[in-house]
Write a new protein. Sequence first.
Length: 248
Amino acid sequence: MNTVTVIINGKECMAEKGEFLIDIAKRNGITIPHLCHLESLRGLATCRICIVEAIENGKKRVVTSCIFPVMRDMAVETNTEDIKRMRRTLLSLLKAEAPENEMIESMIEDCGAGDYSRFEMDYGNDCIMCGLCVKACEELGCNAISTINRGTIKKVAAPYEEPSVECIGCGSCAYVCPTGCIKMEEGSGIRKIWGKEFKLLKCGECGRYFITKEQYEYVNKKLDIPEELICENCKKRLTAKKMMEIKN
């Protein structure tokens, strides 16, 4: 059989073997708190907020739900007292890294505040070193940013902390950042990110600035057929219009 039964917080859920716990829970309307998990960028498991208690053959263990594949029938508890206590500790560590971050504060309100007294607060910082931005840049094939240094001074930056020649200004890193750490500014047809300025191009349909010149050229270089200079919203609208014309 390729299906398994997972009892999550008392609710019976059917799943395919190998599915990750966090996806099974989400599909069944069960929320597991997380920061670093995205369906398009899997396998990082750096924040550990999505820990749950898995029970198999009467034995309990704590697993990270975003990278735990379910291979057999089991029960899962997402909010036991032990799990909530561990989450509060993890959030305390994250708060120390980014003391004023709104996303972390929101999670603390939901999960409960921990003891911050033993941690030194890194004020002015929003990065929790989740790695999503670096992963997104790698998946795109640009490798314009990476983690540099070690220990407490480890951070994400462009090579030599100078504007990267590899950066195409696509903003993928900023879009996936869970804490809003990566700043991207736009105005007057210019986008600024990672200390670099990019000229924005307009959509051929609606006239809205939506893509950098470097990103457009990069995409066309990767494709056999040149990409039209049309934003995603207009593409969807035009596709829907064509579909209606075909039906009629």
